[in-house]
Design a protein around this ligand. Structure first.
Ligand SMILES: Nc1nc2c(ncn2[C@@H]2O[C@H](COP(=O)(O)OP(=O)(O)OP(=O)(O)O)[C@@H](O)[C@H]2O)c(=O)[nH]1
Ligand SMILES: [Mg+2]
Length: 202
């Protein structure tokens, strides 16, 4: 896979369950509210309005399912760490995520988005620990890379690497604004989808 040729919205779900075409490999997009999850999906698919984006955090509150290249499902997860949601909403979010990660047998990989300019939050660390504990493979994607100069990237990546225990070269620097990292991301997706499943437990 060297390009995303087709992308279609399949469904929104308040809780993970059946949807048309279920069974293909899934790649989920996680990260705090407003980090750029929906923007990344749109940029990847070169479709401005495929996933709804918003300057107001908390836009995506459901699991949104997209079918790419007729080959795999991309799951836009609701963002976490949005200050303005009440306790009940936070609980609902937690249950929804837990249910998804436990039940999505097709989940191959999680793209963990963090804003390149900010040190990962406690929520980011919790998500990171959770994925490691669950043995779910992930890639860290540093979004809004257009907001810092190329030369300063390494400096910004250092605290992210420390907080999430990853190496700088493993991180994909991405910008939905200017397309930075789009090719890297497609290569990563291709690796994920086509790698020999040698690391899988028996
Ligand atoms: N400059 C810049 N702005 C970005 C980038 N990605 C996202 N944004 C902006 O950040 C805001 C949030 O983007 P979304 O894609 O809606 O964020 P999200 O992670 O889907 O947010 P929720 O759905 O609330 O969880 C929007 O105003 C985007 O235009 C980027 O790469 N560069
Ligand atoms: Mg969103």
């Amino acid at each position: 896979m060297t390009e995303i040729r087709t992308a279609e919205f399949i469904t929104s779900m308040a809780e993970y369950g059946k949807f048309p075409g279920k069974g293909l490999p899934q790649i989920a997009v996680a990260g705090k509210s407003n980090v750029g999850k929906s923007t990344l999906i749109n940029c990847l698919c070169r479709r401005n309005k495929l996933a709804r984006t918003s300057a107001t955090p908390g836009k995506t509150r459901l699991l949104n399912v997209f079918l790419l290249n007729g080959e795999f499902h991309l799951i836009d997860l609701p963002g976490y760490g949005f200050a303005k949601v009440d306790k009940k909403e936070k609980q609902r979010w937690g249950q929804m995520m837990q249910q998804y990660f436990e039940q999505a047998a097709e989940l191959r990989h999680v793209l963990c988005l963090v804003d390149i300019r900010h040190e990962p939050t406690e929520d980011d660390r919790t998500m990171n620990r959770f994925l490691r504990e669950m043995d779910i493979p992930f890639s860290v994607v540093a979004t809004k890379a257009d907001k810092v100069s190329r030369g300063a990237r390494m400096k910004y990546l250092a605290p992210i690497c420390r907080a999430l225990s990853v190496q700088p070269w493993e991180i994909i620097c991405f910008s939905g604004e200017d397309g930075t990292g789009r090719d890297d991301l497609i290569r990563r997706l291709d690796d994920i989808l086509h790698e020999e499943k040698t690391t899988e437990k028996a």
